[in-house]
Write a protein that binds this ligand. Structure first.
Ligand code: CMC
Length: 427
């Protein structure tokens, strides 16, 4: 059958070239321009990769106009309402949801793999104690590669499977270490009796002897509602196709580097406030606004092209309607408001800010809606989590996406090293 093609005509010399049009299972068609340079002697210029597809993937699908997000075909609303974070991890890794026994075995495997070598805890001791947890987390993940190096064959699916569960299991432990180090509190090990999400809260909160703080003379428990809220936050961050950090992971992975070096690069890419760092920035911004009476001033700043100020937690490269993850978090925040004791003052400012922005011509014209980072911080504050841990929490949720994307890339034998070209404008 004749393939559909896209014809490129160079009106400098009237030369024409044909490129195949590829249809994915959903979403816009894609023009296969891999031979563009070979055929035309020219490069395609697309800074920020606005219109460029870098890989074929069957993990995550986003329809930014509809506000739709699917993993392995399942809608994010269905996944977060019926399944736990670890089920979603299993789905991403295995392309199907687990049955009861598989879910149990996966949970047990991760509990057993959640411990880290004491060499890593010694590494934390060498970091400055006021370092941002994203910096120490990224460094410690990179350092994990020093423990799983010999005989590592990343081409072997069985070996990669081990690397996947190890990193997913150890990330909460490393993130908790990063936090405890930033507070000058001795590090503790995981409690194998606790589930993935509860264990993270435990490692954040417990005394060095493993006991929980006392409230009214009794050991404080971790409430189910807290675990549920954090588990939903992890689930909503599990994967998001070819965003900046995933692209960083794939770029490093394409060179054949150690998988944990690639994940560490993803953590670094996530840190910036245009990406995962926005959740921390949102709270600082809400604090800075301080009162709903100041909202108009900050909306005016966000619209002023001479002012670099942007509304944090607003806008997205792909979503041109409401981010479905933000929709779920907004609902969760309203549902849990009383039970969790979410900060009413900041909620009031956030809700009003959203209302004003969504009715403002500037935001309407540019399709700027709240994104996942707009509401997550308000819930995390209610869990008594410090703002410097918001982006590491994004890391915990996203690690499964990064490692699944990396495994997919390694399985694709047609893959090549990522190596873009440039428009040279120098001497
Ligand atoms: N506040 C004010 N104006 C904005 C904002 C904002 N938050 N976001 C975009 N714009 C304007 C921008 O100035 C531009 O206007 P114009 O067309 O007049 O030049 C237009 O909207 C398009 O913006 P862009 O920067 O070309 O869009 P992008 O796709 O390159 O950037 C973004 C996407 C998320 C980096 C950007 O919207 C932004 O900086 N948002 C704030 C940071 C944020 O919340 N990041 C979290 C993203 S979601 C979680 C994640 O995936 O990490």
């Amino acid at each position: 059958m004749k393939k559909d093609t896209w014809t490129f005509t160079n009106n400098r010399n009237n030369e024409s070239f044909d490129f195949d049009i590829l249809d994915g299972s959903r979403g816009p068609a894609v023009v296969d321009t891999a031979s563009f340079y070979k055929q035309s002697g020219m490069f395609l210029h697309d800074p920020g990769f606005n219109s460029t597809s870098g890989c074929a993937s069957d993990i995550t699908y986003i329809d930014g106009n509809k506000g739709e997000l699917r993993h392995r075909g399942y809608d994010i609303e269905e996944l977060t309402s019926k399944y736990k974070y670890l089920d979603i991890c299993y789905l991403l890794l295995n392309k199907r949801l687990p049955n009861k026994k598989e879910a149990f075995d996966f949970d047990m495997e991760l509990r057993h793999r959640s411990f880290i070598h004491t060499g890593i805890t010694e590494l934390f001791a060498s970091f400055r104690d006021n370092a941002h947890p994203m910096a120490t987390l990224s460094a410690s993940i990179s350092a994990l590669s020093t423990f799983y190096f010999e005989h590592l064959d990343i081409e072997s699916p069985a070996e990669m499977r081990l690397m996947e569960s190890r990193i997913i299991a150890k990330i909460p432990t490393l993130a908790a270490c990063a936090f405890r180090h930033s507070q000058g509190v001795p590090l503790i090990f995981p409690d194998i009796e606790r589930s993935f999400t509860e264990n993270f809260l435990y490692m954040m909160r417990a005394f060095p002897d493993g006991k929980m703080p006392l409230v009214d003379g009794k050991q404080k428990f971790i409430k189910d509602v807290e675990v549920r809220a954090l588990d939903t936050i992890f689930s909503l961050h599990a994967d998001h196709e070819q965003n900046a950090s995933t692209t960083a992971v794939r770029t490093v992975g394409s060179t054949g580097a150690h998988p944990y070096a690639a994940i560490s690069a993803g953590v670094s890419a996530l840190w910036g406030k245009a990406h995962g760092g926005a959740n921390e920035a949102v709270i600082h911004q809400l604090e800075m606004i301080g009162d709903i009476s100041n909202i108009d001033t900050y909306i005016a700043k966000a619209k002023d092209k001479q002012d670099p100020f942007r509304l944090m937690g607003f806008g997205h490269r792909v979503y041109k309607s409401y981010d479905p993850r933000a929709k779920i978090l907004k609902r969760l925040k309203d549902e849990l408001r009383d039970e969790l004791g979410i900060d009413g003052r900041l909620i009031k400012i956030a809700d009003k800010l959203e209302e004003v922005a969504l009715n403002d011509e500037y935001f309407i014209k540019r399709n700027l809606y709240p994104n996942v980072d707009f509401y997550s911080g308000l819930i995390l504050i209610a869990l008594k989590i410090k703002t410097n841990m918001f982006t590491p929490i994004f890391v915990i949720g996203r690690t499964v996406g990064w490692i699944t994307q990396l495994a997919e890339q390694l399985e694709d034998k047609s893959g090549r090293i990522v190596r873009p070209r440039q428009l040279y404008v120098g001497k």
